[in-house]
Design a protein around this ligand. Structure first.
Ligand SMILES: C[S@@+](CC[C@H](N)C(=O)[O-])C[C@H]1O[C@@H](n2cnc3c(N)ncnc32)[C@H](O)[C@@H]1O
Length: 211
């Protein structure tokens, strides 16, 4: 009987985030779309997308990360220009308004340096999204761990594995949704890791243009 070997899954999708994989299964990312991975790191979430004909761009503050992502693109999708991958702080993206169908921001926002920086990044991710486009973010938050985390200063918390992270709470997320007219595509989903860390998946749509 015909069957597809299970080990082809890893060869195709590598280390892609499981919640991003869910969005693929829901058909929200399609061939030909313009997609930015904001804080792309070494590109684990875009390796499959590059090969699937998505017009992938990447941005990261680390020159080393962008070098690795360019190498990945050269190997997997040689038609993607190296200039699609840029070294930049996400609070000042060198891209035009309303450019992307999809913006990913996975495991980045909790590295914000202040509340202003956090809001500035979200504002930039929103600016470069097309009306109707999807923002997919995974970020550490306080959700589900209120009063259980070691607060250092304001929104900064000492995590059990050592670093101090900026943790948004649900109120801040809701405020940004209202301010930027973001519509939820999914309910907020938060995974608690050993009751020490909360990872929230925030998937929203930029309001379609009024015109
Ligand atoms: C934990 S890694 C996540 C990488 C990738 N998104 C993933 O899910 O595998 C965090 C990445 O965010 C980048 N980063 C952190 N703060 C940033 C900022 N303000 N602007 C741009 N990139 C940033 C880091 O350089 C790093 O590559």
């Amino acid at each position: 009987m015909f069957h597809i070997p299970l080990n082809t899954l890893r060869a195709q999708f590598g280390d892609i985030d499981i919640y991003l994989f869910d969005q693929l299964l829901k058909g929200r990312i399609q061939k030909g779309m313009q997609l930015l991975d904001a804080g792309c790191g070494a590109g684990r979430n875009i390796a499959y997308l590059m090969q699937a004909g998505v017009q992938v761009y990447g941005a990261d503050i680390s020159a080393e990360a962008i070098e690795k992502t360019r190498e990945l693109a050269a190997e997997l999708a040689p038609t993607l220009p190296a200039k699609n991958f840029v070294v930049t702080d996400l609070d000042a993206l060198p891209f035009q308004d309303d450019k992307y169908d999809v913006v990913l921001c996975s495991a980045v926002l909790h590295f914000a340096r202040s509340e202003e920086h956090f809001k500035g990044i979200v504002q930039e991710l929103w600016r470069v999204l097309k009306p109707g486009g999807m923002l997919f973010a995974r970020l550490s938050t306080t959700i589900g761990l209120e009063n259980k985390l070691q607060q250092v200063d304001g929104r900064f918390y000492r995590m059990s594995h050592g670093p101090v992270w900026f943790l948004a709470n649900e109120k801040l997320v809701v405020e940004l949704e209202k301010e930027l007219r973001l519509e939820r595509l999914e309910p907020l989903k938060t995974v608690l890791v050993e009751q020490e860390r909360a990872m929230t998946t925030w998937i929203v749509k930029k309001a379609p243009s009024c015109y």
